[in-house]
Design a protein. Structure first.
Length: 283
């Protein structure tokens, strides 16, 4: 794994990379969590072993990348442009894109706004659903800030003890992923991510609905894989998505919403096999 930073969209974007520089590029954006580019700590090497160059973006405000200045900077269309700018800064023209949760909601906007740059689109348990919010921006910012304040620990041992109790399939390979979410602030272990950025991101997904892209995505005919989490029932939304995007290949894995953490080998194998088929031909 190679960490790097590139200047894109007026911010220094953190990127974690796995695989050979000459391999087929797969850019990834994680969910609304503090792990940043390390959300692929297990799946990244597995995908790289299948011949892909994995470029895992740390979203602004998630630790490795500074927060953006304004709420509208977190609109999915703006973040889609940041993905394209980041790819350009990395010397990548066309690429496959894989988004999980928040990343998938950005991915559908990315695909319809920049179709010439996207070879294939992988959506991990999102992108087919919309977000409904009743809170105002101020209310949501306060909710996220209060939740983050409660998520503080007296030591790394205390923090990892809490994590292990919450993650049924805990394994040592996840330790670096979860450590990346926190920092030591004078002896207190506190989140690295920005609560305000998280609130703005959620507001952005609610303002620019993924469903607004589905008809156009279907018209483009771009290869699309939607991976559903079997323990997170969104079957009705998935049916509507497939009607609008008939070329979409919809699969299910036995996992909760965080499919990458719950089923890394199954998810990585599914994604790699599908991409190998979808991208068959000259690179």
């Amino acid at each position: 794994m190679k960490p790097t930073t590139v200047a894109a969209g007026g911010v220094n974007v953190g990127v974690r990379e796995w695989g050979d520089a000459g391999a087929r590029p797969l850019l990834s954006w994680p969910g609304l969590n503090p792990f940043g580019g390390l959300h692929l700590i297990e799946a990244g090497p597995l995908l790289a072993a299948r011949g892909f160059r994995i470029l895992s973006i740390a979203p602004p405000g998630a630790g490795d990348t500074p927060s953006l200045a304004e709420p509208d900077d977190y609109l999915p269309t703006r973040l889609a442009q940041l993905v394209v700018d980041t790819a350009g800064a990395l010397g990548v023209d066309r690429f496959a894109f894989m988004g999980w949760s928040w990343g998938a909601s950005i991915g559908v906007h990315l695909a319809v706004r920049h179709p010439s740059r996207i070879e294939a689109l992988v959506l991990l348990d999102a992108g087919h659903t919309d977000v409904e919010l009743e809170q105002t921006r101020g209310e949501l910012e306060r909710e996220f800030a209060a939740e983050q304040e409660r998520f503080e620990f007296g030591s790394w041992e205390e923090y990892f003890g809490a994590v292990r109790s919450r993650v049924p399939s805990w394994r040592p390979a996840l330790e670096e992923r979860y450590r990346a979410a926190m920092r030591d602030d004078g002896g207190r272990i506190v989140p690295r991510s920005s609560a305000r950025a998280a609130a703005w991101a959620l507001l952005g997904v609610a303002a620019e609905r993924p469903s607004s892209t589905h008809e156009r995505l279907g018209e483009l005919g771009m290869p699309v894989l939607l991976v559903l989490a079997g323990r997170n029932d969104t079957s009705e939304e998935a049916e509507r998505f497939q009607l609008a995007v008939p070329q979409a290949d919809v699969r299910t894995v036995d996992a909760g919403h965080d499919v990458i953490a719950d089923a890394p080998e199954e998810t990585a194998g599914l994604v790699a096999g599908w991409l190998e088929s979808a991208l068959a031909g000259p690179g």
